[in-house]
Design a protein around this ligand. Sequence first.
Ligand code: UD1
Length: 421
Amino acid sequence: MDEIIIKGGKALSGEVTVGGAKNAALPILAATLLTGGKFRFQNVPDLRDIDSIKELLATMGADVQTGDGEVHIDTAGLNHYEAPYEQVRKMRASILVLGPLLARMKKAKVSLPGGCAIGARPIDLHLNGLELLGADIALEHGYVEAACDQLTGAEIYFDIPTVTGTENLMMAATLAIGTTVLRNAAREPEIIALADVLNQMGADISGAGTAVITIKGVKHLFPVDTAIIPDRIEAGTLMVAAALTRGNVHIKDCDPLHLKAIVHKLEKTGATVTADATSLTVKGNGPINSIDIKTMPYPGFPTDMQAQFMVLLSVAKGFSVISETIFENRFIHVSELRRMGADITISGSHAMIKGVKSLSGAPVMATDLRASASLILAGLAASGTTTVSRVYHLDRGYEFLEKKLALLGAAIKRVPAQTKP
Ligand code: UD1
């Protein structure tokens, strides 16, 4: 297991390029299960979660080849409809194969993902929606077993806007007979990206990006050659790194329209942000202002940026409050940040942050994907050396983050973990 070692205190400067979005690539790669044939995807990030979905597709009988940021998938020989526990436990988003498998194979058996570090994360809304489309669902021996003769369109109302739930239902409904309407659907850019790819494949989807998505079922879908959108969370993480280190960083190949909530909050902390169509420049200035943040479904402030902003606010002037409304246990990075000198008190879903003058480097342990990024950011700002262990969490969702930060002038390196006696 690798560790990342950071000597803090360097202001970041220069240019950095954002990679393809993990959370767009995952459902789009799963969508290849909807039809047989040869797909080509560009700008696919090189990440552990992407390896996980590729392995899962291969388990179903797809031929998956990777090279130069491209992924080629041939789904002509699909012959299996089971996602085993060993694969699903590595990545909860494996549940994204359920809708497409059911639509194409009329059968799917997918291990229940179980809890994870950031909360219970149930899949009841996915399953209720599939039942409304006509699937029989049984939970047996830790697996979801779903079967249907033919899915048929239905009105589906989500109690909570769920990102992967909306994606699963949208994919399943493409091949249903008749029209499906998803209400209170998630509105994330990744939903629009998936709908765009499905429409290129021959689906008839309108309203993606709004709370009401209409899917008119079609008889056939076709393979496509397309590219993955930029990762807004990677871009946001780099933006915070620039502001936190009082740096000046030009972030290329991103979509500033997807980053409005992050830009708004970053400007309130005192950073200067300028944007054009595909890039952003962030300049950190003088003292950091304290602000309050509440995580919300898109277009609100993303829960996936909460931990990174917490680091910034740990060294702001005065008090800030972060309210986490999406996941009930998403403050697990706090105890590690405290070990670096942050003054943070948790009360239920609220974190009260009293800004300190500076953080001090320490050995810390990554606990989940976004928490890992926050510890690396903390290390960039801290005095002395920070060693972040268990960085396999980081590798699930950030492509070459330490290399990108090093190119911006950070003193950061990855080393194999020291074996301790
Ligand atoms: C996706 C993202 C993740 C992000 C999250 C919230 C992917 C692969 N992952 O996760 O990075 O942090 O959105 O923006 O895109 N819920 C239920 N029942 C369900 C489904 C969800 O109660 O059946 C609840 C969850 O517990 C949570 C809320 O709905 O409180 C939103 O979760 P959801 O949008 O489903 O998150 P994911 O799709 O798992």
